[in-house]
Write a protein that binds this ligand. Structure first.
Ligand code: ACM
Length: 632
């Protein structure tokens, strides 16, 4: 019997405990207890006195409760043994050494939040919000009983760098939305917001020394429709699509993020991706001529969108720009891009050739490395550290560079072997702009990173010194993301998966349990009026040819516990049409379409997928296309 009780206790502390408590990201330890704390308007919030930072964090918490609950909770100071029903914030520097650890204890009489810093308390609050009923996400007052189940939670992050990148160049998102985005990152205990502020399609930050960066570079012609298939600009058209953040906006957002323990990593992407610079300042190119901010027009490789490494004025420009950036952003790092620089014009440039001769540079990669090393010196002269995409490895790494590995893990592994720090951001796992379901029914984009793939991401490769891997990051490029609703659709639920990858202990990760937690998280998203994708419930359709050249079809699902039904006769499938039994399907001779749908517990769950015979043929041998990456 004792053994039995012990097993029960162990189970209740495991990731499998089937209770109503579903925290994302999964904490280090979660013990469910009997009973609950009921939040009422009389509950007191008790904080240590004379700690302004804790007061700020607690004030934010009280404010976030006010609208949905209708309660204006009182904050009291330094009551040792509160006689009231209370939420107690306790600074404990002995037990909880690192600033991001916390303990959260909920009993029927009190809630204790213990941490060695306000940051740890902030994380505890994010967990507490998930313990409250889903209506806590509502933006109107809800008349319900605000029960919080009794628990003991001990928690701390696995990685110190937990990032998400947002590209605001391809599509501009206004200041108010950026704040909402930061709120959402904070909820999932991310601590880094990488802000991709510049690219060929728009320069988005006011730089006082170079006003044309925004007066010209922030605006392009208005276009909709598929990215890369749009009409080029005509001379007489108004350049009215775009926008930028003023330096006051930036300061406001930086402060907002700081209050939520999010560091903003600004990216100024050079030497490539610089068309918006050249639109205002063509003299920074090697070839000269007229440049236009790109509006999603087909972009051939031979378009000059690079700064000229042989032009001293380019370094003066970067010194001024990065100087202003360093003043605006408290982050110790500045991201200088470094990716995908087209070097064709450098090859043709007499100045570049002369520079290479003078410096003894033999290849274009070495010329790029020369440029990046000079940029690192500029970054360091502003008191900052440089981070760049993994192309900065080419031709030799700058001495103190940190590498953000996006072309898979190999750049990061290579950098770590050279004793450089690394942030892992491999496209096949964490590019949040890629398809998350079947391309036949998803909005058009270019690659594949299903939720399960994102969840399987392991940032620390074997054989690499762990401490060099600072953490990881998901990247939301926005070529095909024109609206905030669609932004959220691409972000969720993959951001949930990523938060668990970066915060939770590796052994706590469990795909089945994670997908169950999402079931209870989605209604919270509905309350918050946030969009998200349900593609994880759709079927995965793969085709192959057998030895006789016959087309065969395999159906599967990401989420366990779904049934798959299909038809070949053009009718819509349901749970009365044939059920997929795990054996490859042969296609009836005269069939014209395959239609597939998933069910769960007798109810339709995923979206219906319709594929013609040609679609199916086209998929042959492109397993990766559907499960991982589309061939472009
Ligand atoms: C990148 O995706 N070009 C970093």
């Amino acid at each position: 019997m004792k053994k039995f009780i012990l097993i029960l206790i162990l189970l209740s502390d495991s990731a499998f405990s089937q209770n109503s408590i579903h925290i994302i990201p999964e904490p280090v330890s979660l013990q469910t207890l009997s009973g609950e704390f009921v939040l009422t308007k009389d509950v007191k919030v008790n904080i240590p006195n004379s700690n302004a930072e804790v007061r700020n964090v607690v004030q934010l918490f009280v404010e976030s409760l006010a609208l949905p609950t209708g309660f204006q909770l009182n904050i009291i100071e330094n009551i040792k043994f509160s006689p009231f029903k209370s939420i107690n914030f306790i600074l404990d520097e002995n037990v909880l050494v690192s600033p991001d650890r916390y303990i959260l204890e909920v009993s029927s009489k009190r809630i204790n939040i213990k941490a060695s810093s306000a940051q740890g308390m902030f994380y505890a609050i994010q967990t507490l919000m998930q313990l409250l009923p889903k209506q806590i996400e509502s933006n109107s007052t809800q008349k319900i009983i605000w029960k919080i189940p009794s628990v003991n939670i001990i928690d701390a992050p696995r990685y110190g760098w937990r990032g998400v990148m947002l590209d605001v160049s391809r599509h501009f998102f206004p200041k108010e939305y950026i704040k909402k985005f930061i709120d959402q990152l904070a909820r999932l205990k991310f601590n880094s917001f990488h802000w991709h502020l510049t690219d060929d399609q728009g320069w988005r930050i006011e730089i006082k020394s170079y006003p044309k960066l925004t007066s010209v570079g922030a605006w392009r012609v208005q276009r909709t429709g598929k990215w890369w298939e749009r009409e080029p600009a005509k001379d007489d058209e108004e350049r009215s699509y775009g926008g930028f953040y003023t330096q006051d906006d930036i300061r406001e957002i930086v402060k907002y993020a700081q209050e939520r323990y999010i560091t903003i990593l600004p990216e100024i992407d050079v030497p490539g991706h610089s068309l918006a610079v050249l639109a205002g300042y063509p003299e920074f190119s090697c070839g000269g001529g007229k440049f236009e901010v790109n509006a999603g027009v087909k972009f051939y490789k031979d378009v000059e969108n690079t700064l000229c490494p042989a032009n001293e004025q380019v370094y003066v420009f970067l010194d001024k720009v990065l100087g202003e950036i360093a003043q605006l952003f408290p982050n110790q790092y500045i991201h200088i891009g470094g990716d995908e620089a087209y070097k064709g014009y450098w090859e043709k440039s007499a100045e570049c050739q002369a520079l290479m001769k003078r410096e003894g540079l033999k290849t274009m990669d070495e010329l790029q490395s020369y440029f990046i090393k000079r940029v690192e010196k500029i970054v360091q002269s502003k008191g900052k550290r440089m981070i760049g995409w993994d192309e900065i490895l080419e031709g030799g790494l700058a001495p103190n560079a940190t590498v953000m590995s996006w072309r898979g893990m190999k750049g990061g592994i290579n950098a770590a072997k050279q004793n450089h720090q690394v942030v892992m951001s491999p496209w096949e796992f964490v590019y949040l702009d890629l398809y998350q379901g079947d391309p036949a029914i998803e909005p058009a984009t270019y690659g594949m990173a299903r939720l399960k793939k994102t969840y399987s991401f392991e940032p620390t490769p074997r054989g690499v010194e762990g401490k060099l891997i600072l953490g990881g990051q998901g990247n939301l490029w926005t070529e095909s993301v024109p609206t905030t609703r669609h932004l959220e659709y691409m972000l969720y639920p993959r951001a949930f998966a990523l938060s668990e990858v970066l915060w939770s202990q590796k052994e706590k990760k469990n795909w089945d349990y994670f997908t169950k937690k999402l079931e209870t998280y989605f209604p919270r998203m509905d309350e918050a009026k946030l969009n998200y994708a349900l593609s994880m419930y759709d079927a995965v359709v793969r085709t192959e040819k057998d030895g006789d050249g016959k087309l065969k079809i395999e159906l599967s699902t990401e989420v366990n516990g779904l049934e798959i039904y299909y038809t070949f006769d053009g009718t819509n499938p349901d749970n009365y049409t044939p059920k997929y039994q795990g054996k490859l399907l042969e296609i009836p001779k005269t069939a014209t379409t395959l239609k597939v749908i998933t069910y769960q517990n007798g109810k339709p769950k995923g979206k219906q997928i319709t594929l013609t015979m040609k679609d199916l043929q086209d998929r042959v041998g492109r397993y990766k296309m559907i499960t991982e990456m589309l061939d472009e």
